[in-house]
Design a protein around this ligand. Structure first.
Ligand code: DHB
Ligand code: FE
Length: 311
């Protein structure tokens, strides 16, 4: 059915009517965005001759996506969240506000409200027989290399099954297991005592994995640890590091890997003295460089729905 109707007056009028373009009510920005996205969709239907069956399969997919609560997971998996980072990187470069530790995606699994500790926090609350002890530590500095005291370093990561507390389908973890917040010391130092994560995989029956299956893609991430780092005189940093050696480091379904975000994993002993569960442990030094505010403002605060809990 190779017909082309997109450029007709009827369809262009339909698009304007659907988005309510030019009306004196409604949100003009929303009208503009809906008009453009709907137009791009209509045009794609024309160009690719997308059939009614395919359109209804897509509409139904959106229902499943919502029922599964996976829209933000899908955003990571289709590269949308990475694309926002690419744009933020380019904006920083153009404005000369680049430098510092590279950003990478937040992902959908942050939970606000982790208890704040001074300098060091032990965040492995639940036992995990399959996970060995891990110390994550480093210094927060500014772009001149000066220590940043009183920065809030938040981290969150998966357990040995690849599940995050609060979102764990097995119910095995209490709130804030493997999630923490520490205030950096006068020398900028922070540390987390935790357990080694493994990579995350999308829920196998969920809408995200369903789409990935259709694309012939996997839905797995290498083992990683997420961070937010905030400080009064600096811009918020949203980042992650990957666990060195994970086979999926350069095959992350969410495209979050960056060369600068793969710190060395060092085998150490002396864990008993630190109160870790074994004397042998893994140590990762992850130093963080924050960039200054821009005209007194933090332009890196992203507003998005996030889970929250009380510890
Ligand atoms: C997803 C999961 C993660 O652990 C993450 O860091 C990013 C994305 C996801 O399921 O989309
Ligand atoms: Fe994650």
């Amino acid at each position: 059915m190779s017909v082309k109707v997109f450029d007709t007056q009827e369809v262009q009028d339909l698009l304007k009517a659907a988005a309510n373009i030019g009306a004196d009510s409604g949100n003009a920005r929303l009208q503009q965005i809906v008009h453009r996205l709907l137009g791009d969709l209509f045009e794609a239907i024309d160009d690719l001759d997308i059939t009614p069956d395919e359109v209804w399969a897509g509409v139904n997919y959106l229902n499943k996506l919502g029922q599964d609560g996976e829209a933000a997971l899908l955003a990571a998996g289709i590269g949308l969240e990475k694309y926002l980072d690419v744009r933020l990187d380019a904006a920083d470069k153009a404005a000369g506000t680049d430098g510092g530790t590279p950003r990478t995606i937040e992902g959908p699994l942050y939970v606000a409200g982790a208890p704040l500790r001074e300098g060091v926090s032990r965040i492995d609350i639940n036992e995990d027989a399959d996970a060995g002890p891990l110390v994550i530590r480093g210094k927060v500095t500014d772009t001149d290399g000066k220590p940043v005291a009183n920065a809030i370093v938040e981290c969150w990561h998966a357990n040995s099954k690849g599940f995050y507390s609060h979102f764990d389908p097995t119910g095995a973890q209490s709130s804030f297991n493997l999630r923490g917040a520490v205030k950096s010391g006068p020398d900028g130092a922070y540390a987390f005592h935790t357990l080694m994560p493994v990579g995350y995989g999308c829920p196998p029956q969920g809408a995200t994995q369903q789409l990935l299956n259709g694309l012939g893609r996997h839905g797995n991430r290498p083992a990683h640890v997420h961070f937010f780092v905030t400080s009064a005189a600096h811009r918020k940093l949203t980042t992650q590091f990957n666990i060195e050696g994970d086979p999926l480091i350069w095959d992350d379904f969410a495209y979050a890997t960056r060369e600068e975000l793969i710190p060395a994993v060092v085998e150490k002993t002396g864990g008993a003295a630190l109160g870790l569960k074994d004397d042998a442990y893994k140590d990762i030094e992850f130093n963080v460089t924050l960039t200054p505010l821009v005209q007194g403002k933090d332009n890196q605060i992203v507003s998005r729905p996030r889970a929250a809990a009380t510890a």
